[in-house]
Design a protein. Sequence first.
Length: 167
Amino acid sequence: MAAVKMFERSGYITSIKVVAIALAVLTMSAGAQASEPTRWETLHAIHTVENPHNSRRPGPRGELGAYQFRSDTWKMYSRLHFSHALDRSRSDEVAVRHYEWIREGLIRAGMDASAYNIALAWNAGLSRVVKGNASAASRNYAERVTNIAFELHRRLESERLVLTDAR
């Protein structure tokens, strides 16, 4: 709005209004597509639930790193020794690959690749999610991850709008 008011006096208001309307339409349609948290937002939420304090200690089942990978999951995506799961950048690389594997598996199964389903499969395993056999604990985990991811998504969208309005 500040940009529109600034140009009102210069005679460019008609073209600015057209551009503003076009941007609003694009933002609304992008918003409709972007209503689901992004991959990064979902992975950040998974990290927040899995290992919020970045502990280097193995989990109860030997899990390691920011995303608490199990050794078998790590080996699906990396030839590096499992101890490299403690390296955040290596762990992020494996997390992205695992996320995409889950997402593609959900889509192949005709399921929605939502943040909830991805988190559910992250915790329970893809086959259990596809078969509808995820435990109550895994569903609770997926709800917590989804809540964090949506809150992060909402905050980032608000910041984008503030930055857009400031221009």
